[in-house]
Ligand binder design. Structure first.
Ligand SMILES: [Zn+2]
Ligand SMILES: [Zn+2]
Length: 367
């Protein structure tokens, strides 16, 4: 069959809209019609070659939700007609990592990272060459074939555009707070960078009953939304020095938990300075491969400061998403506030530019 898609043929260039050939699903794969796809900074990193994978040409997009149209042989997790959301780690459930509950590190990640199906082949071509799909899901294609390991069924009442965000920013932010940092009630928390993930770090801290939730960004619009997500104090980094302000707000002690959601060496170094003795910094934003960060090692030991990496919310992704779906259904999540603009696939380059300029909290492609 044919599908319309947005493609990267050349790094650092606008995405190209094209029509591709899509092969039917093979073993344990399904054909999906996407109804929504989230625009995320990771897609820009793929477009610009900051992430070296997947190889080009490729279809970016790793946040999505839609309907299963057909199932290949051996599919047991979903059936045609199911509404599903995308997980960009294809959880196998039986590798070394999955058996230890570290589903986000599943060994099958290494296969879809290459932009291929779990069997190492691709289902998309442009007539001349094979086309890779970002993380095996390529949601910037109206139709795509994905492994059944990459999707999770959901109730039909959940809107597709909201569900698309659950599978990336929402679980990453909330999971970092609840699973990785295990923030206890009464904690003092600071969040640097209020994109989609950062706002969900705020939301996670609120769900964890943190009593001081300090949100930091350079954009007023994002600070305002953070307030609605539960931030108790806002720092506009264009007006105030966040390190000094946090020292003042904590009577010179520093914060219990800092979360960095930008992924730059300078902002990581800054976030480390927020910490009190015994405090923990959780790195959630993904830096480029060359980024390095010098640590004050003596202080780390003597003051027991910890720095943790956190990927995809650290933990059982399926359980985490089921919990998020339930929290949303019972009105406990403010995900609707995150979507500031909706775009057609043809408008995708405008949507990515709006995100890069800070105009958008989160933009979504609706098919
Ligand atoms: Zn994302
Ligand atoms: Zn696994």
């Amino acid at each position: 069959m044919k599908t319309k898609a947005a493609l990267v043929y050349e790094h650092k260039k606008p995405l190209v809209i094209g029509e591709l050939n899509l092969e039917p699903p093979k073993d344990k794969e399904v054909l999906i019609q996407y109804w929504a796809a989230g625009l995320c900074h990771s897609d820009v990193s793929v477009r610009d070659g900051v992430f070296r994978m997947p190889p080009i040409p490729c279809v970016p997009g790793h946040e999505g939700a839609g309907v299963v149209l057909a199932a290949g042989p051996g599919v047991t997790r979903v059936k045609p007609g199911d509404h599903v959301l995308v997980m960009w780690v294809p959880v196998c459930g039986q590798c070394y990592y999955c058996l230890r509950g570290q589903f986000q590190l599943c060994a099958d990640r290494d296969k879809t990272r290459l932009g291929r199906m779990l069997d190492g082949t691709t289902r998309l071509t442009d007539g001349k060459q094979e086309i890779h799909s970002m993380l095996g899901v390529g949601t910037f294609s109206q139709y795509n074939v994905v492994s059944e390991q990459s999707i999770l069924p959901m109730d039909k009442e959940i809107p597709f555009d909201i569900a698309a965000l659950f599978g990336c920013a929402v679980i990453t932010g909330i999971g970092a707070v609840l699973n990785r940092a295990k923030v206890p009630p009464g904690s003092r928390v600071a969040i640097l960078g209020l994109g989609g993930v950062g706002l969900n770090l705020v939301q996670g801290a609120y769900l964890a009953n943190a009593t001081q939730i300090i949100a930091i960004d350079r954009f007023k619009q994002k600070l305002d939304i953070a307030k609605q997500f539960g931030a108790t104090y806002l720092i506009d980094a264009t007006q105030e020095n966040p390190v000094e302000r946090i020292q003042e707000l904590t009577n010179g002690m520093g914060i219990d938990f800092a979360f960095e959601a930008i992924g730059k060496a300078e902002t990581i170094a800054m976030s480390y300075q927020f910490l009190r003795r015994g405090g923990t910094l959780v790195l959630v934003g993904i830096p480029d491969g060359e980024a390095r960060f010098p640590l004050p090692l003596q202080e780390m030991v003597q003051f027991e400061k910890a720095v943790l990496g956190c990927y995809y919310g650290s933990g059982d992704i399926r359980l985490g998403l089921k919990t998020i779906l339930d929290l949303y259904k019972t009105g406990r999540l403010k995900t609707d506030l995150m979507i500031s603009h909706r775009y057609s696939l043809e408008e995708i380059n405008v949507g990515l530019a709006d995100m890069e300029s800070g105009k958008n909290v989160r933009g979504v492609i609706v098919y």
